[in-house]
Design a protein around this ligand. Structure first.
Ligand code: CP
Ligand code: NVA
Length: 310
């Protein structure tokens, strides 16, 4: 049966470990200059209904390094943008390419595409979730600290796609995660419910608070993300006011573990969700995090699109 990557909630602990381990193998090969092309001749269709730097470039370079080829399909330019159905798009692309990566607004559209397609579908970000990013973040943390066990993670800011995917991941892996968001900007209620249920089985500790200092107390990792995500440009001014207490800066960092790592999926707004001092300072690992999108997504593509994977 074909496999998709639509949400971290669909992954077992073993699936996540497999992705992270394979990311490390592929990164090592790449750094050693060893050519490895398990996706020779395979094609990835990349549908983008929103802007992207990292996702577009890392998927395109990634499949090229694995021997394959990527097609950039702006949702504005393909017939999907003029009303062709998701189902017809899925059927047609399934006749041409070997996998689809999609970045769009509604999670339900990605799920419909995956249901209708005969080829693997990868979620490259929706309003609700950003699973590839959080998998790359987990890989980055494991690479830096050698483990994910016993770590305390704080997410400060908007309860958006990043916060939601972090909740799924922390719950599945039994991690300690505190999310601090202003009232009215908490993570998705259904995601929180599902994560809490999973946490009961895995021993994860999940806290949702509106107190950033409480969230980062003792944290080994502090993550944040933009206050206004793609599609929320009209709310920027209001959000700047509502989130003013939620900036990651040196003052907030004093509550964390002294060696804490700072993470941000980027793009960042210095002086809003994070001070320039933190983003460009010694705690920050944001560019390793960006690089690791490449290695993690290569692992995901090989696992989903490779011939050896059932
Ligand atoms: N972090 C991330 O997904 O970046 P892009 O929007 O540039 O793809
Ligand atoms: N939350 C941000 C992430 C960008 C990679 C957005 O959706 O715009």
């Amino acid at each position: 049966m074909k496999k998709d990557l639509l949400s971290i909630v669909d992954l077992s602990r073993e699936d996540i470990s497999q992705i992270l381990e394979h990311s490390a193998v592929l990164k090592e090969k790449h750094k050693a200059g060893i050519s490895y092309q398990p996706l020779k001749g395979k094609c990835l269709g990349m549908i983008f209904a929103k802007s992207s730097t990292r996702t577009r470039v890392s998927f395109e370079v990634g499949i090229y390094q694995l021997g394959g080829y990527a097609l950039f399909l702006s949702a504005r330019d393909i017939q999907l943008g003029r009303g062709e159905t998701i189902a017809d798009t899925a059927h047609v692309l399934s006749r041409y390419v070997d996998g689809i990566m999609i970045r769009t607004f509604h999670q339900a559209d990605v799920e419909e595409l995956a249901r209708m397609a005969e080829i693997p579908v990868i979620n490259g970000l929706t309003d609700l979730l950003h699973p590839c990013q959080v998998l790359a973040d987990l890989f980055t943390i494991q690479e830096r600290l050698g483990t994910l066990d016993g770590l305390q993670v704080a997410y400060v800011g908007d309860g958006n796609n990043m916060a939601n995917s972090w909740l799924h991941a922390a719950a599945r892996l039994g991690m300690t995660l505190s999310v601090a968001s202003p009232r009215g900007y908490e993570p998705d209620a259904q995601v929180v419910d599902a994560a809490r249920k999973t946490a009961k089985q895995t021993g994860a500790s999940l806290k949702i608070t509106d107190d950033p200092a409480a969230a980062v107390r003792g944290a080994h990792i502090i993550c944040t993300d933009v206050w206004a995500s793609m599609g929320q440009e009209g709310e920027e001014e209001k959000r700047r006011r509502d989130f003013s207490r939620f900036q990651v800066n040196a003052e907030l960092g004093r509550h964390a573990d002294p060696d804490y790592l700072f993470m941000h999926c980027l793009p960042a707004h210095r002086g809003e969700e994070v001070s320039a001092e933190i983003l460009d300072g010694p705690h920050s690992i944001v560019f390793d995090e960006a690089e690791n999108r490449l290695h993690t997504q290569k692992a995901i593509m090989e696992l989903l699109m490779g011939d050896d994977t059932a």
